[in-house]
Ligand binder design. Sequence first.
Ligand code: UGA
Length: 433
Amino acid sequence: MKISIIGTGYVGLTTGACFAHIGHTVICQDIDSSKIQKLSNGENIIYEPGLNELIREGLENKNLAFTNDFVKAIRDSDFIFICVNTPPRQDGHADLKYVEKVARDIAKNLNSYKIIVDKSTVPIRTAEKVKETIRKYCSKFVEFDVVSNPEFLREGRAVHDILHPDRIVIGVESERAKKMMLEIYEPFTKEKSIPIKITSVKSAELIKHGANTFLAAKISFANLIAEVCENAGANGYEVLEAIGLDERIGKNFLHPGIGFGGSCFPKDIKAFKKTLEVLGIDPLFIQSLEKINDWACERFIKKIEKELWVLDGKFIAVLGLAFKPNTDDIRNAPSLKIIGHLKNEGAKIRAHDPKANNKMRVIFPDIEYFQDPYECIAGSDACVLCTEWDEYKNLDYSVIKNAMATPIIFDGRNVFDKKEAEKCGLTYIGIGQ
Ligand code: UGA
């Protein structure tokens, strides 16, 4: 199958590399020429485990290419996957200007039957609009289909999630497009039985927003229970673990912390809230989960302030900057809010992240960055842990205790073992315990 991928961000690049890996011929297009140059040379542009190996493999096998040339990418392919970004607008709606532009450009270059696939996360009815736009701007009659095939990958596990998905959702209107889409995914499903849900286009669009909202709601529920536990003297770990053992609920995504971040949940639930408003449905549920997510971070900041009283002039070590482990992405990371607040109060920040130091340096150029967590902690008045990197799980509590000026740990992700940390003389403040 000949596939073109428009937009080589997280979704486009990993999808393209994985499609090439399973044997399709893929051309990835992006307007950013420096990105294309680097990718064509096999250089890394994002940190994503396993991705670089797949890119190099595709380049070597000559079934993965990168280009700025939109016309070439469109004309030579049977499938056009729209993977451009859909950032939030001021009012919360997803900004679809890049999707609309791609649809217009496709219309101008449509030379034979093609399947246009919405892969980016978009609100319900976007495919309908893409179809209308292509019809409007295409000067001759050429057949095409617009399909919704949402991506469920998680950053940091993107390659694994694409190659071993829980399910594949294909929202499609014509038999012809359905048959061709199933052919694309056949190599994924050959060895393992992966459920393929064929749905209407609108249902497929809603499945993505619905899934992300539900996951975000689970996290906010966990954060609410954690707060109740703290206030009432119960143990959040025990409570959430036991709740999650009910098969109807499940234990995943019930870990309390300092709130969800990243580029997806905050943006998607805002867009879904707008969809509800447009449909005349009260967005109360979504407002609540957003509010609880904000509280999770604010409550953590309050704990730091309560314990340290005056922040001015204190050295605070921040461990973990990325919004979650195994990524260098800092978009909507709770660490941004926490560092911003501590800095405003006059604290001197020392930061460590295994992958995200460089990205954070762009936002906060005036704080100290370290390559080693122990060096970061040394001499500090408090340590604030924001991301649950594996590297932090094995830190030696006695070494930390002796290295810090005042051994206080604020553990925003419950990475440390409270009892063990206290045994070693650390003052430990976690979440929900
Ligand atoms: C999320 C979804 O999990 C993917 O299925 C979806 O495809 C993707 O959005 C998308 O829309 O493209 P992602 O944002 O990469 O993926 O990251 P997650 O692993 O879902 O984590 C999101 C946030 O929730 C992180 O800040 C994480 O720390 C937080 N989280 C997660 C918790 O606070 N508690 C948990 O129990 C789980």
